[in-house]
Design a protein around this ligand. Structure first.
Ligand SMILES: [Zn+2]
Length: 209
């Protein structure tokens, strides 16, 4: 009987040690996975520099920022929220989180569940590299209104490339799309199903979500 109790105690001690080891391993694993996810969307100097370089590319005429709606009222609201693509990039260049558009009344879509977020470094790298190869037009990064309150845009994980500029000229081509897909493959950014025909823009995001 005494032996049994001792054995049980030993067993439970051994089991609790195993539990602690398992807890540590799981904890480290989760922390590692989290840091992998979180390491791209942050205020690191690398991301700040990328955002600054993208703004320079825009100033040099390689990136045009185009209204997602073509509606002055909504554009003013975006400016008020500081959620235009240019605003988003200025925030990122300053090491700050970028603003979402807080109110989507009247324009369709859903406002983001987050008020602001860091732009993922892979999205910044994608925009920068693509703009070095092709002249592009961008309608949305973190801001504007998208089809879900949990849209990848609101997590800083997406960018929309415009099909037409403010004058209605085509600004998307097969060669731009090919360059975007090639660069996307290298940096972890992918086109999803949205294109000029079904959405009026090309949506590129982390893993194509
Ligand atoms: Zn999109």
């Amino acid at each position: 009987m005494i032996k049994n109790i001792k054995l049980q105690k030993l067993h439970s001690k051994g089991f609790s040690h195993i539990l602690i080891v398992v807890a540590i391993v799981v904890g480290v694993g989760v922390a590692g996975a989290y840091s992998l996810v979180a390491s791209h969307a942050d205020s690191s100097r690398k991301n700040q520099r990328l955002a600054q370089k993208i703004l320079e590319q825009a100033n040099n005429g390689h990136i045009d920022f185009v209204s997602a709606t073509g509606n002055a009222k909504f554009d003013q609201a975006d400016a008020q929220y500081g959620s235009t693509p240019r605003d988003n990039l200025r925030s990122a260049a300053d090491g700050r989180q970028s603003n979402t558009t807080r109110n989507c009344d009247g324009r369709g879509g859903y406002a983001g569940s987050l008020t602001d977020t860091y732009i993922d470094g892979r999205i910044l790298l994608f925009i920068y590299r693509l703009s070095k190869e092709k002249n592009i037009a961008v309608t949305s990064i973190v801001g504007q209104c998208h089809d879900s309150s949990t849209s990848t845009h609101y997590k800083g994980n997406a960018v929309d490339l415009a099909c037409r500029d403010a004058k209605g000229n085509d600004v998307m081509s097969r060669s731009i799309l090919k360059a975007a897909n090639d660069i996307g493959k290298k940096v972890g950014v992918k086109h999803n199903g949205e294109n000029c025909k079904n959405a009026g823009h090309y949506h590129f995001s982390i893993h194509g979500e």
